[in-house]
Design a protein around this ligand. Structure first.
Ligand code: IPM
Ligand code: MN
Length: 354
């Protein structure tokens, strides 16, 4: 029996709906396994901008820093598109990740057997890959600005990686690969980028500590193609912030929908940030049609990584798998002959299966 204090950033768009679903699931897990999950709301993103005029108030960040772990829905929306960069909802997300030092973002993409028909690939094979994305460096956090250039106004964003940043994310990838199929694919653009040259060298240096793991280098353009051609060839993919952002969306679609991909953002402490990889999906917000599974599976990752509750995490993941096998589908997973469930109906069915 444990007590766990979870900060919840509901955020914007479908964020409140999907986090609500995950909280209900955690509450059920608490009942079944005799744990207490306390939820404290942290207002961030567009919701915080609307209320306080800034996307990440110190008070909201403090709630996250004081928690045992953070559950997040999504931030952003078209109504914030014209805001200056520093006020945009996305700054909150990047700010929380950075302030908590969450350099490793794990995004597992597994094809559930029940979703083989929903999968857009013809012969998907057994897809079970894990994208390990560096999360608090690279082009997202390099020097950026506006200046006058040869072609008029010019925006710039510097992509840089230091050895220690590459080393620590590589270790995460190799260690996870040791618990999986012992293969790491490091994705870069070493034929063009200096950053990638250093990235590649560092990954290989670290690899010498993990001789039981196979390492391959794949150029990012080729990696995109290979993910569509034969995603089952991948086990662990390790890559920088921007490539990881892009390739994880691609991986999500390979397994049926971005609506089912969870993520864990972690470091060597147990306090992390758990969020679906999809965004705020403003066009379907408030309609009770969003797929709650990515956030529910993110909660399962929280149970596993933050609280070391693997039995409980298995219970949630198995319930999701069973729910899909029973034919439950949200709109994004629409399959001929199966009824389309609302967010809440899907959540209820998962809860029943726990
Ligand atoms: C993600 C999102 C974010 C990112 C955005 C909202 C800043 O796309 O988590 O993948 O690019 O990291
Ligand atoms: Mn993204």
């Amino acid at each position: 029996m444990g007590t766990y204090n979870i900060a919840v950033i509901k955020g914007d768009g479908i964020g409140p709906e999907v986090t609500g679903a995950a909280m209900d699931v955690l509450t059920k897990v608490g009942e079944r396994f005799s744990h207490k999950f306390n939820f404290t709301e942290s207002i961030c993103g567009g919701a915080a901008y609307d209320k306080y005029g800034e996307p990440l108030p110190q008070e909201s960040l403090d709630v996250c820093l004081k928690s045992d772990s953070v559950l997040l829905g999504a931030v952003g929306g078209p109504q914030y598109d014209s805001l200056p960069y520093e006020k945009r909802p996305e700054r909150a997300l990047l700010g929380v990740r950075k302030a908590m030092g969450l350099y490793a973002n794990l995004r597992p993409a597994r094809l559930f057997p029940a979703l083989e028909k929903v999968c857009p690939l013809k012969n998907p094979g057994k897809i079970d890959l894990l994208v390990v994305r560096e999360l608090i460096g690279g082009i997202y956090f390099g020097e950026k600005g506006m200046r006058r250039g040869k072609y008029g106004a010019e925006g710039y964003d510097v992509m840089a990686y230091g050895e220690l940043e590459v080393e620590r994310i590589s270790r995460v990838a190799f260690e996870l690969a040791q618990k999986r199929r012992h293969k790491v694919s490091s994705i870069d653009k070493a034929n063009v980028l200096k950053t990638s040259g250093l990235w590649r060298k560092c990954v290989h240096d670290v690899h010498s500590d993990y001789p039981d793991v196979e390492l391959e280098d794949v150029l990012v353009d080729n990696a995109a193609m290979q993910l569509v051609r034969d995603p089952a060839q991948f086990d662990v993919i390790v890559t920088g912030n921007l490539f990881g952002d892009i390739l994880s969306d691609l991986s999500a679609m390979c397994v049926g929908s971005i609506g089912i991909l969870p993520s864990a953002s972690i470091n060597e402490t147990t306090r992390g940030l758990y969020e679906p990889i999809h965004g705020s999906a403003p066009t379907i917000a408030g309609k009770n049609i969003a797929n709650p599974l990515a956030t529910i599976l993110s909660a399962a990752m929280m149970l596993r990584y933050a609280f070391d509750l693997s039995e409980e995490a298995d219970a949630v993941e198995n319930a999701v798998e069973k729910t899909l096998a029973q034919g439950a589908r949200t709109a994004d997973l629409k399959e001929e002959g199966l009824p389309v469930l609302s967010t809440t109906a899907m959540t209820e069915q998962v809860i029943k299966n726990i």
